[in-house]
Design a protein around this ligand. Sequence first.
Ligand code: GUN
Length: 286
Amino acid sequence: MILLDGKSVAAARREALKPRVESFKSKVGRAPHLSVVLVGDDPASRVYVRNKEKACHNTGIDSKVYNLPADISQEALDQQIEILNADTTVDGILVQLPVPKHLSVESIMKKIKPEKDADGLTYMNSGFLLAGNAIVKPCTPLGIMRILEHYKINVEGMKAVVVGRSQIVGKPMTLLLSDANATVTMCHSKTKDLKSYTLNADIVVVAAGKRRFLGRGDFKAGSVVIDVGMHGSGAGELCGDVRFEELLDVAAAITPVPGGVGPMTICSLLENTVQLAELRAINYQK
Ligand code: GUN
């Protein structure tokens, strides 16, 4: 069984990013910059945002977090995004999701300039992704493709099952897997007999958002299992959507939680930010 060690793959990729950051700094006179907007004080979101900030700092990327109150109006949030859109020293913008229910994710995804969309989640970039020519891709699916590449797991011709159909993970994941020539089935909470799909798959990406949802009897021997889940427990331990310990002698390769998909997601965010910064710098010079 191969442990797909996202923590070390992400660390190596962050090191590889440093010379690009240095080169950008010497050409442009400042570091690439990511602005992160956090609305409200959801504890999990606060941890994710802190981890993103730390990763930026360790890679030489400049970042600033805007903590906005949970009861902020849509107009005020839109104004903040407009300010960041117009600021020439901001290369990437990310609004941490979920946002409080009175705010519109659609409005946010339309408002962020596609050229500054570090998350790759704006509607414009989603359209480019569908067309197969995205500049930046959503961070979690991209991180998953990169960890597969690192371990030389070629999905071409594989039967792939994605469990979950979110805008952030499930939907874009199916596109990236099919672009890599896998045959993809998207399953979700209304799928009847989920096991009949996962049990026949060569690779399963589990993004169901349900703690320890799938285990030993759900997967084919020798399959690749990617666990996108991230659930805290009372004791402070994290677990995923998969009962990891049941799969050690079933899966050919599996991502742990923590230390699998999470660090790869953050790494993709840094890579997207640097890429957007480089593209904007080229455009200044034109
Ligand atoms: N919340 C959970 N994952 C993500 C992500 O990739 N981007 C943003 N903006 N919010 C998230």
